[in-house]
Every structure is written in structure tokens, then in C-alpha cells.
Ligand binder design. Structure first.
Ligand code: GMT
Length: 370
């Protein structure tokens, strides 16, 4: 396989698309490709690395600008980097506004090859707004290749957008070195049983449902704890809810953490009850650590969590069902162990970087041949 020069454009924050973009770049780099990371700030997960090339997109201020035109500045950066480093292709993560910057760059220089991965709320929430939709459709229809992260997303895009280009599903992936069961502590019967949740606390995540379900479980089981990791618009509401239900000491809010594997080491069951979720990278990271997951049946989550094999899937918004599944897993050590072993096996078989990265490499090779 030829080595390629690849520009990766992503958000630098803790969100799933930013993480997938960064981890993809690092995995490609390990395989010998020359990677150029491009963003307005150093991506969080790159801060842990030693070797990488990062290009900052500087946003100039000007007295007339109330809103800075990032889309144009990023497009100009892509054109500049293409010329300077002879980059074979640019791959954007999260369509708004990256896919439009890529489209503008290609309009400026037709030899630039562009790929976008459509991750989640860029499509099932934000992109549906008429403020974005027509420009998004034009931008995506003029790409060299498009990918998304689940079969659910392919169906959703076909149903709601006028996209004529083929869209390929390439699942999120997880590194067994970074997320593994070996680091998990063996617990004694006396130790607290830990549920955890990692998210950006937006409404779509339905984080308060977990607190309400936890309150139901707590009526019978006192030796339990809930770890809530991340921050976002509903965090304060969740804190207040925990206090009002008398669970201040049982529920810990950790804020945004870089060291998610550390929390997972102490977790017995992971919960992700989203209203809609294109894939659920946080669920996959938990499965990779051998943690059974209770997910909702929404979006692409059932493609990741196998009901009654690696966890349970519950109707979004059904707090009683969530509490039932939490109780089953809490009370049945054997079932938890069975799910845990199946979770590790499934994460390695279906979502190992070796399996997923080669799909991206093939996609790149095919489009460069054209
Ligand atoms: O939309 C978000 O909540 C964040 C978003 C992002 O782009 O940062 O995450 C999405 O992309 C992840 C990586 O592909 C997926 O694993 C998440 O399921 C997806 N989130 C949603 O669809 C809500």
C-alpha cells in the first residue's frame, strides 16, 4: 500500500467527532502515512502525544465582523496546505462547517481531493435546519467520498437529505491498548457497585433519566454509586435533580475528563440512554473495557450494543425499564461476567483499529486512483 499525505480537519474538543478524527490520524500515522492535523486549536487527545504535525487555523478579527468567517478561513488554509505540502486528500470530521470549507477549497482548486465523515448532530439535528441544509447538500454532493458511522445514519441521510453521492458506513473504532479490561480492579462484595455515564450533557443524551432510574434502584440497593463524566447544558439540572432526590452523596459529577479509562476501570455497568445517537463511541469504549452497557434502542446504538449479549437496549425515555436492567445487572454477577467477556470479544472483532482503519485506507486509495 502506498503511503499518503492526509489532512485531518476536526473539532479540538472532547466530542466524539473530534476524538474519532484525532485517533484516526494517529492510527494512520502509525501505519506510515504523513498526517497533517488542522483545527482552530490543538485537539484534546493530541495533547497526550509526542509526534504530530498540527496547523492552527487563525481567525483574524476585524472591526466589521460580529461573527468570524471560519468557514472561509479554513477553506483558504486547505488550499494553502495543499500547495505547500502536496497533500493527497483532506478528510473533514463533522459536516458543519468543515464540509463546506472543503467544498470551497475544491472549487478554488479542482485537484484537491475531499472526504467528509458525517458524525451525528451535524446531520440528525443541526443540518436539518434550513439555515444549513441547502448549503450542506451542495457541499456534500460535490465531495470525492462520504462516510458515516452507522447504517442507521445512511438510512437517515437518504430519507432526509437530497444527497446523490454514495455514503459508506465505517464504524467508530477503539484501541484495546487504551481501553482494556486488564486495568479494571477486582472488587470485593463489600465495595460499592458503580454505574457510569460519559457525555456532553445535551438534551439529546437524556442524562437525567439515569439519575431518575438510579433513584429507583437505590430504594432497594444502598451500596451503589453513579459517576457522571463530562459537562454541557444539562449538567446543572442533573446536579439539582440529584440533590432533590436525596442522592448528593451517591452521585459524583466529574466534569470533563481526559482520563476516561480511569473512570471505566472502576465502573461495573455503563449507561447511555440517548434520544438519538448515531453510533455511541462512549459505549464502545466501555465495551472494550469489558463493561456491560445499557443503551437506548435509538439510532445506531443497537448496531454497537447487542441486546442480551453485551448489554441491554431500552426504549429511550423509559426510566422504569432502565432501572429494571440496572437491577438485573447489579444482582446477577454471572450474567455480568458473561456480558463482559462477550463485550471484549465483540469490541476486538468488529471495532479493532486494524479492521476499521484499513477501510479508510481503501476508500482513500480508490478515490486517488480515480
Ligand atoms: O453529536 C454529538 O453529540 C457529538 C458528536 C460529535 O460529532 O462530536 O458525536 C457524534 O459522533 C460520534 C463519533 O462518530 C458518535 O459516536 C456519536 O454517537 C455522535 N453523537 C450523536 O449522534 C448524538
Amino acid at each position: 500500500m502506498r503511503t499518503m499525505r492526509i489532512g485531518i480537519i476536526n473539532y479540538p474538543t472532547f466530542g466524539g467527532s473530534g476524538i474519532v478524527g484525532t485517533e484516526l490520524g494517529l492510527e494512520l500515522q502509525k501505519r506510515g502515512h504523513e498526517i497533517h492535523f488542522i483545527s482552530y486549536q490543538l485537539p484534546e487527545r493530541l495533547k497526550l502525544e509526542e509526534k504530530f504535525t498540527f496547523h492552527e487555523v487563525n481567525i483574524l478579527s476585524y472591526p466589521l465582523f460580529k461573527y468570524k468567517p471560519y468557514t472561509i478561513i479554513l477553506a483558504a488554509k486547505i488550499v494553502e496546505l495543499f500547495k505547500k505540502y502536496k497533500i493527497d486528500l483532506f478528510h473533514g470530521h463533522y459536516a458543519i462547517p468543515h464540509s463546506t470549507s472543503l467544498y470551497l477549497a475544491k472549487q478554488t482548486n479542482n485537484r484537491i481531493k475531499i472526504v467528509s465523515t458525517l458524525h451525528g448532530s451535524d446531520i440528525h439535528l443541526l443540518g436539518l435546519d434550513k439555515a444549513y441544509k441547502p448549503i450542506l447538500e451542495t457541499s456534500l454532493n460535490n465531495h470525492d467520498a462520504l462516510t458515516t458511522v452507522s447504517n442507521f445514519m445512511v438510512r437517515f441521510i437518504k430519507k432526509h437529505y437530497n444527497i446523490t453521492k454514495e455514503i459508506k458506513t465505517i464504524y467508530n473504532f477503539v484501541s484495546p491498548e487504551k481501553f482494556n479490561a486488564k486495568k479494571r480492579k477486582k472488587k470485593t462484595e463489600q465495595e460499592e457497585f458503580v454505574f457510569s455515564h460519559v457525555s456532553n450533557f445535551r438534551q439529546v443524551k437524556r442524562s437525567p433519566d439515569i439519575i431518575r432510574a438510579f433513584a429507583l434502584v437505590y430504594k432497594k440497593h444502598k451500596n451503589i454509586k453513579l459517576e457522571m463524566v463530562g459537562s454541557g447544558p444539562e449538567l446543572e439540572y442533573c446536579r439539582d435533580l440529584a440533590i432533590s432526590l436525596g442522592l448528593k452523596d451517591q452521585i459524583v459529577f466529574r466534569g470533563s475528563l481526559l482520563n476516561v479509562p480511569k473512570v471505566l476501570c472502576e465502573t461495573d455497568v455503563f449507561i447511555i440512554p440517548s434520544e438519538i445517537e448515531s453510533f455511541g463511541l462512549a459505549a464502545l469504549e466501555a465495551l472494550s473495557c469489558g463493561i456491560p452497557v445499557i443503551a437506548s434502542t435509538a439510532g445506531g446504538l443497537p448496531e454497537v450494543v447487542k441486546h442480551e449479549k453485551t448489554g441491554f437496549t431500552a426504549e429511550p425515555g423509559n426510566v422504569k425499564q432502565l432501572a429494571q436492567y440496572m437491577t438485573i445487572l447489579l444482582e446477577d454477577n454471572n450474567l455480568r461476567q458473561k456480558f463482559s467477556e462477550a463485550a471484549i470479544k465483540d469490541a476486538r472483532e468488529r471495532f479493532h483499529p486494524d479492521k476499521i482503519i484499513s477501510q479508510y485506507e481503501k476508500l482513500y486509495e480508490d478515490l486517488l486512483k480515480k
